[in-house]
Design a protein around this ligand. Structure first.
Ligand code: FAD
Length: 282
C-alpha cells in the first residue's frame, strides 16, 4: 500500500518546527528517522496532513552531559549514541541494550528520541530510559516541560505527548557503577523483543546480610516498560521475584508470542539476567 497524500515541511529551526506543530496540531506528525513512521503511513495506520521533518536540525543533533544526566537531542541517530566514546563509562546499561535495537541500517536512520516517541512496549531504548529513571524533554510554543520516563509511556504506542509538542531530548541519569545486564529473546537478532530484561544493581545496597537491591526493567510483557526494585537476599530470591512479576504483568497475545510464552520467558530468563548483573558487581 501507499500512504495517503500529505504535505512535507523541513523547518530550519526548532522554533519553526514548533510553529508548524502549533498550527496543525493533531493533523501533523513529526518525522525523525522514519523507521517506524513510514511503515505506519504505508499501512495507513496514520494519515497525517503534514509531516514535519526534524532529522536535519543541527540544534537537536547533540549529546551532552548536563549535571548528572546525559542529554540526547532529538536528531541523534541510534548508531551515533552507540558509538559515543563515553557511553560504556557513563551509561553501561544503555551500552548493553543498544546493539539489540534493530539492525545497523535502521540504527543509522532511527533516532533515540523517535524510539521513545513511538513507545513500542518491546523497544529497548524506552525500556532502558525507564529502568534508569530518565526523563523526556518536551517543547511547544506554550513552553517546556520534562516528564519522567515512567509517566511518559502510557500504553501501547501511547504517550503523554500533546500534539503540539516536540520531544527535543531525552535524559539518562549517569550510572555510577557498571553492575548491569541486558538480555532479550527475539525470533531473530534485530527483531523486536518478545521479552527484554534489563537489570542494574543499586550501589548503596550491601546490607549486613549481604543482600542486594536490583532495579529490573521488563519490556514486551506489559503494554509499557515495567520497572521494579527487587531485593536479592539468598538463593531463590530472584526466581520468586520473577515468578510474582510474571503473574502480576500477565503478558499479552500477539502474532509473535502468546501471553503464556512471555510469562514463561520472564520466569526463565529474568533470574539469569539478575545473576549476570550481580556477577559484574563482584
Ligand atoms: C527492520 C526494522 C527492525 C526494527 N527493529 C527494532 C528493534 O529491534 N527495537 C526497536 O526498538 N526498534 C526497532 N525498529 C524501529 C526503529 O528502531 C525506529 O528507529 C524507532 O522505533 C523510531 O525512530 P525514528 O527516528 O525512525 O522515528 P520515526 O519513525 O520518524 O517516528 C516514529 C514516531 O515517533 C514520532 N516522533 C519521532 N520523533 C519525535 C520527536 N522528536 N518528537 C515527537 N514525536 C516524534 C513520529 O511522529 C512517529 O509517530 C525497527 C525498525 C525496522 C524498520
Amino acid at each position: 500500500m501507499k500512504p495517503r497524500r500529505f504535505d512535507y515541511a523541513r523547518p530550519d529551526s526548532v522554533a519553526e518546527a514548533l510553529a508548524l506543530l502549533a498550527e496543525h496540531g493533531d493533523a501533523a506528525r513529526v518525522l525523525a528517522g522514519g523507521q517506524s513512521l513510514m511503515a505506519m503511513l504505508n499501512l495507513r495506520l496514520l494519515e497525517p496532513a503534514i509531516l514535519v521533518d526534524i532529522a536535519r536540525l543541527e540544534e537537536l543533533d547533540t549529546i551532552r552531559i548536563a549535571g548528572d544526566m546525559v542529554e540526547v537531542g532529538a536528531a541523534v541517530i541510534q548508531n551515533r549514541l552507540k558509538d559515543w566514546p563515553e557511553l560504556t563509562a557513563r551509561l553501561p546499561l544503555l551500552a548493553r541494550a543498544l546493539p539489540f535495537v534493530g539492525h545497523f541500517q535502521t540504527r543509522n536512520r532511527g533516532t533515540v528520541c523517535g524510539s521513545v516517541a513511538h513507545a513500542d512496549p518491546s523497544s529497548e531504548i524506552p525500556l532502558t530510559l525507564a529502568t534508569l529513571g530518565g526523563e523526556v524533554v518536551l517543547r511547544s510554543r506554550r513552553g517546556l516541560r520534562t516528564v519522567a520516563a515512567a509517566d511518559f509511556q502510557r500504553g501501547m504506542l501511547t504517550t503523554a505527548r500533546e500534539p503540539d509538542e516536540l520531544i527535543t531530548a531525552v535524559r539518562f541519569p549517569v550510572q555510577t557503577g557498571n553492575r548491569v545486564a541486558f538480555r532479550e529473546v527475539a525470533r531473530r537478532h534485530g527483531d523486536f523483543a518478545i521479552v527484554a530484561i534489563a537489570a542494574s544493581v543499586e550501589n548503596a545496597v550491601a546490607t549486613a546480610r549481604g543482600a542486594a537491591v536490583v532495579r529490573v526493567g521488563i519490556g514486551g510483557v506489559a503494554d509499557r516498560p515495567a520497572v521494579r526494585r527487587i531485593v536479592i537476599d539468598g538463593a531463590g530470591a530472584a526466581k520468586s521475584a520473577f515468578e510474582a512479576l510474571a503473574w502480576e504483568l500477565e503478558g499479552y497475545d500477539d502474532i509473535h508470542a502468546s501471553a503464556r510464552l512471555r510469562r514463561d520467558l520472564l520466569r526463565r530468563v529474568g533470574p539469569a539476567v539478575v545473576e549476570e548483573a550481580l556477577q559484574c558487581a563482584a
